[in-house]
Design a protein around this ligand. Sequence first.
Ligand SMILES: NC(=O)c1ccc[n+]([C@@H]2O[C@H](COP(=O)([O-])OP(=O)(O)OC[C@H]3O[C@@H](n4cnc5c(N)ncnc54)[C@H](O)[C@@H]3O)[C@@H](O)[C@H]2O)c1
Ligand SMILES: [Zn+2]
Length: 346
Amino acid sequence: MQMLNLTGANGVSEIYIETDLLSHAGQMIADVFSPSRVHIVTDSTVAPLYLAQLEQQFTLPVTSTIIPAGEEHKRLSTVEGIYHDLLAAGMTRKDLIIALGGGVVGDITGFAAATFLRGVSLCQIPTTLLAQVDSSVGGKTGVDLAEGKNLVGAFYQPRLVLIDPEVLKTLPDATFADGMAEVVKYGYIANPEILDMVSQPEYQEQIDDIIYECVKIKRDVVAIDEHDTGLRMILNFGHTIGHAAEKLGNYTELTHGQAVAIGMVAAMRLSAMRGNADLTAPLITLLQKIGLPTELTYDREAIFGALLSDKKKFGSTVNFILVREPGRAEITPIEAETLHEYILKL
Ligand SMILES: NC(=O)c1ccc[n+]([C@@H]2O[C@H](COP(=O)([O-])OP(=O)(O)OC[C@H]3O[C@@H](n4cnc5c(N)ncnc54)[C@H](O)[C@@H]3O)[C@@H](O)[C@H]2O)c1
Ligand SMILES: [Zn+2]
């Protein structure tokens, strides 16, 4: 078992990574919390796979909410439904809420835990690769509005994060590949050893170690910049153009991981245009091996327009994360006019 601590403004999050951890999660939860009841939130895909296995490990009363799977349910009405279930179950501030699922379940449940009775203890049990390496760690919670994604939320750290790589075996290949886009991101921004691991033919057999290295990076960045006012931006490598592409595809043509993959290649090309070493070719090879797209197919003017309306824009500059060498990234503000030239050349 591997363990990491994240010390935030409101205490410590303990993060455990172990194959088959789900089979004894109940005991680990009992060791950390002393609730009189537990409420599990999961979704309609994860529930038939893992909910019963988790529920049966508790001797105290357990209730659950099963939300329909899918990003379109990451909204306030779903959170309201959870509040009603929590009240019906008799949950108090001393009890525990568990998120069992991917990033959607994690974000919604985290927000419900942050706000119900002004805050109830939270345990995250992420079941997608993306949730294991990214969304379950760091305390960002929230929901989407009709106007855009993640527009309402709270910073709220889970006291415990339990990561069981075994559950990834039931993920569709495309969903696994989505999470791998974030893994590659971590390699380029902070630790090239991750890229070496992923380059191995049987890299999936080492997924525990890969997850550990990724979570360690996220932990380190969040520990310095919990509330996302500076360094945490480094985690956005590939996400600036990625978000623009996601938006132009109406969030249906590309998954988040696919958009990030395309965005990383574009950011790498941009980096080369600014005189840095051209690292594009090995990145493309790696992403193709994983099964992720690498080419930006949207109109360049439309991409530029979407970039300028992105929330990460400050004045007339857009902040890009550029990689100087694998493992070393920099936050680089680029003037709108210069950026326009670059984007047309992509
Ligand atoms: N809070 C953060 O810091 C943060 C960071 C990155 C992304 N996010 C958010 O995460 C969300 C995306 O998360 P995601 O990619 O995990 O999507 P998701 O939660 O929608 O999960 C993807 C699909 O996989 C299914 N699934 C989950 N676990 C499974 C398993 N073990 N076996 C089989 N199927 C399984 C789900 O039911 C769903 O259909 C987005 O809403 C994004 O905004 C949040
Ligand atoms: Zn991402």
